[in-house]
Ligand binder design. Structure first.
Ligand code: SF4
Length: 380
């Protein structure tokens, strides 16, 4: 693994030397992860689009009353999870805004009607219902959490996540991406990730690039993630996500990171985090670039949904999976389905609540990957 100083130099690699950097990262990936690339068949569950933060790049959040503002009922979540289960999905990825009850009385009232005071308590109850009433395994990304929240959610999640995004406090300043986003204070996010480590929760984190950070600040964030993993051993995957501009966001005119910039960051992430880390880039954010992303050292495509994004036509296949398979195999890799908990964590009882172990175990082959899935998703 490379030093902070070396990483700072490599992340500025000029275009002419990019091929060498990618080759080095690709070799390191092959040494640790081999030539298997994974994905998780998931259903995206937007539990609530309300959020107390106002990140400049966010397309997800809404205030009450805005079109798209919605908190799902348990019945809606179960229907979605069951529909996903019928199509072979294994993961219920819960995405939601951070602490909307702190700002919105209508949301507090929604929670009260369902018997809860906090969104995180409601989330826990809904995860439990999904486990009971569908074949899916929850993986929640609910934002900054205290230790008691993490401990409660651990009982009903096979893994959890919180993007570190950045370590830059500058981005909290007026007019920057995290102005008006109290949950994006880097120290608060580091603390949540550390607490998850203390509790033995397999954890997903990562960087969001192109939101105003410098190249050096990207390295700072990667090294911080490495330090957390060296201390607790719980980081199961690191995502390098690139900012994409959208019409309705405050940062709609901000420049997007180039593909070379993403590739450089992915490669440096591999070199900083080492041969064994699972490194992911979301394929839908870089269409037509799959071979280059593979060359940069990733070994996971993340969650891929068999459902269409609008949940109206759940029988309609998501076209990405055959495309991903072709792109992955054409570069000499094997594509395999994994669960929301990676093989190296599923095999260790200290990383999974005992009530979830048997259920996870029945889905896995001897390598810890999903057994018998190949024929199933080949049809998607
Ligand atoms: S915390 Fe930021 S990125 Fe997350 S939902 Fe809220 S506004 Fe969006």
């Amino acid at each position: 693994m490379i030093s902070h100083q070396d990483a700072c130099a490599l992340i500025e690699t000029p275009a002419g030397a990019l091929g060498d950097l990618l080759a080095r990262a690709g070799e390191l990936r092959d040494r640790g992860r081999g030539r298997t690339v994974t994905f998780s068949a998931k259903v995206f569950v937007p539990l609530t689009t309300l959020c107390r933060d106002y990140c400049g790049y966010c397309t997800f959040r809404r205030d009450p009353g805005e079109p798209g503002a919605h908190t799902m009922t348990p019945e809606e979540v179960v229907a979605l999870a069951q529909a996903g289960g019928r199509l072979g999905a294994k993961e219920a990825l819960f995405s939601l805004g951070d602490k909307p009850e702190a700002l919105f009385p209508t949301h507090r009232e929604f929670l009260r009607r369902h018997g809860h005071r906090t969104t995180l308590a409601y989330l826990r109850a809904v995860c439990e219902t999904v486990l009971k009433e569908s074949p899916l395994l929850p993986h929640a990304n609910p934002g900054v959490m205290a230790e008691r929240d993490l401990a409660a959610l651990r009982e009903v999640n096979v893994s959890m996540g919180l993007m570190l995004e950045t370590l830059s406090e500058r981005l909290l300043e007026r007019g920057m991406a995290h102005d008006r986003a109290p949950d994006k204070v880097p120290a608060r996010r580091i603390r949540t990730i550390a607490l998850a480590g203390k509790l033995g929760i397999p954890f997903t984190t990562g960087l969001l690039i192109g939101i105003g950070e410098t190249a050096r600040e990207r390295v700072d964030a990667l090294v911080a993630i490495r330090d957390l993993h060296e201390r607790y051993g719980h980081i199961q995957e690191v995502i390098v996500q690139n900012f994409r501009a959208k019409p309705r966001i405050p940062m709609r005119d901000a420049p997007e990171p180039s593909l070379d910039d993403l590739l450089r960051t992915l490669a440096v992430a591999r070199l900083v985090l080492g041969p064994d880390m699972n490194i992911q880039a979301p394929p839908n954010l870089s269409p037509r670039a799959y071979p280059r992303l593979l060359a940069a050292g990733l070994n996971d495509w993340g969650g891929v949904s068999p459902l269409t994004p609008d949940h109206i036509n759940p029988e309609k296949p998501w076209p990405l999976i055959p495309e991903l398979r072709r792109a992955t195999e054409s570069q000499g890799f094997v594509l395999r389905e994994r669960l929301a908990i990676y093989p190296e964590f599923a095999a260790r009882p200290e990383f999974l609540d005992e009530r979830l172990r048997a259920r996870v175990g029945t889905l896995l082959d001897e390598r810890g990957l999903v057994k018998d899935s190949y024929e199933h998703w080949r049809r998607w």
